[in-house]
Design a protein. Structure first.
Length: 145
């Protein structure tokens, strides 16, 4: 894929994100870090986790409802935070084109949470988990996509 200069690339999963900008040209990428972050391990603590809720089932039987794991909840909050950051940056007009690369679960969560300001600037979404790759490997991946 060819990327115009100043295109942003958000690479993320439920625990880590890397925001890059193409400082090169369309043919030779030069991805530079704009921002990065990761889930705080303290958010994975089990303090305050409630037991599954109990509800009245059919035929007067009692059942229990599943609760999301602490891990899942923390990841959803983390991705929601990424969406808020992207929304803020779009409102500040800090980027005009965005490529999002994330595993399919994170991509779906992120897609549901970003505003029209971000979706109107998103030029491509790629369902792949490459957040732990090196910058040269990410550049190679983007060029092949």
């Amino acid at each position: 894929m060819k990327l115009a200069p100043e295109t942003w690339i958000m690479i993320c999963d439920g625990q880590k994100y890397l925001l890059l900008e193409n400082k090169g040209d369309e043919d030779v990428l030069n991805l530079q870090t704009v921002d990065h972050g990761q889930l705080d391990p303290a958010e994975l603590a089990t303090d305050g986790l409630e037991r599954p809720g109990v509800f009245q089932g059919s035929a007067m039987r009692r059942g229990s409802g599943e609760t999301a794991s602490v891990h899942d909840i923390a990841e959803q909050r983390f991705v929601a935070g990424i969406a808020r950051r992207l929304d803020d940056w779009a409102l500040e007009d800090r980027f005009h084109a965005l490529v999002v690369v994330a595993d399919k679960t994170t991509l779906g969560t992120l897609r549901a949470r970003v505003s029209e300001h971000v979706t109107s600037r998103t030029i491509r979404e790629i369902g792949n988990d490459i957040v732990h790759e090196t910058i040269p490997d990410i550049e190679a991946f983007i060029q092949k996509a």
